[in-house]
Design a protein around this ligand. Structure first.
Ligand SMILES: Cc1ncc(COP(=O)(O)O)c(C=O)c1O
Length: 377
């Protein structure tokens, strides 16, 4: 069914329930065939108004903070697999109420906090760093030299008292081949410990819903791993894969600026505030009805509505001459967007909407002045 974006209020993040269900079905199929648990990394998408849909296909979630763990409990109805780079005395006791599994980032944090978790029957794990870099961008590479994330094999002389699991997270939008390389490194460096544990969490970054991803290869890899370590319950915690290509950020062209030979379409959203990964990674998102400019084609930058000089991304060519007042729709803007937005400059925050299976659109949240003001006092 074609979507008439001009009927969607702007600006707005719009999630498509049908696309989400398709992803959930694919992921549930992988979990079943591989005999592993695939749980949702809440950090990628915490859009709880659609958790009733998630609940049909997902049996758990990971949290990286007390707030995420509380949300998992309240809206998904499960205890969390929790991992945070540091725990503090301030939030640890309450975190225990919401966690079935707790992973520690260092031996220091383990000895400081794990005894309290063990008394409460929470299964404790250690994040390990297999020192195998498969991610080119250092910002997203937990195995970069000197990384603060995860205990290296050199640090670990023996398993600490009470430890039941290992957790590693090394991938980012990766395929099964990168996981294979990582597993080799894990087994080489930490293999002697694996027969003594109950579970292993292979983190996120498994983009199994991306077109062309070889889900069969992932299943084989996991089945073989389980055969080698029948004692281990295997857990994967992707984020992006769940909401990959499930929706859009609908914006409007509000102005056109031509200066120094550069044409910019000014929109009612901001890369810095609403699509931060475009600047952080950086990457150029797809836009509906636009393409990579060919030789001689009219090029347009898209400029955001906050004051940051670098709040623009380019260039695109459009199927028709873009006009002020028209919608400009960014593809694939559900994961790592709403969870990362800011209200810098007080710019209007996009509302959040769901396109239901029958094509109707529910706006589940609008933002206003009070949302901005209440963050400051
Ligand atoms: C520990 C951990 N688990 C899971 C994820 C989810 O990764 P992705 O959304 O790339 O699948 C991340 C992402 O940063 C992470 O740091």
């Amino acid at each position: 069914m074609e979507i008439d974006f001009s009927k969607i209020s702007s600006p707005c993040y719009l999630l498509d329930e049908g696309r989400l269900r398709a992803n959930l079905g694919l992921i549930a199929g992988v979990a079943e065939r591989a005999g592993v648990q695939v749980i949702l990394a809440l950090k990628a998408c915490a859009m709880w108004p659609v958790f009733s849909v998630f609940r049909e296909g997902v049996h758990g979630a990971t949290a990286s903070s007390l707030s995420e763990a509380r949300l998992v409990g309240e809206e998904l109805g499960t205890l969390s697999h929790t991992y945070a780079p540091v725990y503090t005395d301030g939030d640890f006791e309450e975190l225990l109420n919401h966690s079935s599994h707790l992973t520690f980032n260092s031996l220091g944090q383990y000895s400081r906090f794990a005894p309290r978790a063990l008394i409460r029957g929470v299964s404790c794990g250690l994040r390990i760093n297999p020192e195998c870099s498969t991610v080119a961008t250092d910002l997203y590479n937990p195995c970069a030299a000197g990384s603060r994330l995860g205990v290296t094999a050199a640090e670990l002389e023996r398993l600490p008292e009470g430890l039941e699991g290992f957790h590693f997270h090394t991938l980012c939008e990766s395929g099964p081949e990168e996981l294979r390389m990582t597993l080799e490194a894990v087994e080489e460096r930490f293999g002697r410990y694996l027969p003594h544990l109950k579970w292993i969490n292979m983190g996120g970054g498994h983009l199994m819903t991306r077109e062309g991803y070889d889900a069969g290869a992932l299943v084989s890899l996991l089945v073989e791993f389980r055969r080698r370590y029948p004692n281990l319950e295997v857990i994967l915690e992707p984020g992006s894969a769940f909401t990959w290509r499930t929706g859009w950020l609908v914006a409007t062209i509000e102005d056109k600026i031509e200066r120094g030979g550069v044409g910019t379409l000014m929109v009612d959203v901001s890369f810095a505030c609403h699509m931060p990964d475009c600047l952080e990674m950086p990457y150029k998102p797809s836009i509906v009805g636009a393409h990579e400019p060919r030789e001689g084609e009219r090029r347009w930058r898209v400029g955001g509505n906050c004051c940051l000089a670098g709040d623009w991304v380019g260039d695109w060519a459009f199927d028709h001459e873009p006009k002020v007042g028209e919608r400009l729709v960014f593809e694939d803007m559900i994961h790592y967007t709403m969870v990362k937005t800011t209200m810098f400059n007080g710019v209007v925050h996009p509302s959040i909407a769901v396109r239901r299976m029958d094509g109707s659109v529910d706006v589940v949240r609008r933002f206003g002045y009070e949302d901005y003001k209440s963050r400051m006092g």
